[in-house]
Structures are given as structure tokens and as C-alpha cells.
Design a protein around this ligand. Structure first.
Ligand code: SF4
Length: 111
């Protein structure tokens, strides 16, 4: 039996940034429901979700994850359509203003 050459990274290292996500306290529909909307309603939903993202301290990590793995909803300050354009090379990788400093999660603060 062949032994693995390299073990995968622990998942906690890959997803620890999600502990700091501003959207954790919000209904998931605010970031995904626009998939069923059209026109002005969809634009308002996307704009509202992106405004949350632009205040989020982990927007860069979220965007990198979303470009690799997420085809629906608003992630990392981008819509699904915008991420498809970035992946296809027809839109540049967005540069966001520096995010606010990370604050300890409730678990980190308690320890
Ligand atoms: S960037 Fe937006 S979708 Fe990503 S974790 Fe932050 S609030 Fe959530």
C-alpha cells in the first residue's frame, strides 16, 4: 500500500477566517436569496450584501476562497457573476481598502 507523500492541511487552518466573518450574525438569505431575484430587487440585495462585505475584516480571505469554490451568492464583496469574470480573466482581481483589524472571537476573548 502506498503511503501519502504529503498530508492535507488541517481544515481549521483553511477556514479559521470564518470565525471573524461579519455575515455570521446575519441571515444567510441576505447573501444568497438574490439568486432567485431579477432587476432592481436583485441589485438592491447584492448591494446590501456587498456593503456588509466591505466592512468585513476577512474580505480578502473570503474572496480567495470564493474564487476557488463558490459559484452562488455574494462572497468577498463580489457577486457570482463578478467572480466568473475574474476567473475568466475579463475582470481584474478586486483591490479593497484595508479591512479593520481582526477582533477576537468570543471563544478567543474568553480564553
Ligand atoms: S466578506 Fe462578506 S461573505 Fe465574506 S465573510 Fe465577510 S461578510 Fe461574509
Amino acid at each position: 500500500m502506498r503511503k501519502p507523500v504529503r498530508l492535507p492541511k488541517p481544515l481549521i487552518d483553511e477556514y479559521e477566517w470564518q470565525d471573524h466573518a461579519l455575515c455570521r450574525a446575519l441571515p444567510v438569505e441576505e447573501f444568497f436569496d438574490m439568486e432567485n431575484s431579477r432587476g432592481g430587487r436583485r441589485e438592491r440585495q447584492e448591494r446590501a450584501a456587498k456593503e456588509v462585505c466591505h466592512r468585513c475584516p476577512v474580505i480578502q480571505q473570503c474572496l480567495r476562497h470564493a474564487l476557488a469554490a463558490e459559484d452562488y451568492g455574494v462572497w468577498g464583496g463580489t457577486t457570482a457573476h463578478e467572480r466568473a469574470e475574474i476567473r475568466a480573466g475579463v475582470a481584474p482581481f478586486p483591490v479593497f481598502a484595508p479591512a479593520p483589524a481582526l477582533t477576537p472571537t468570543p471563544l478567543e476573548a474568553a480564553s
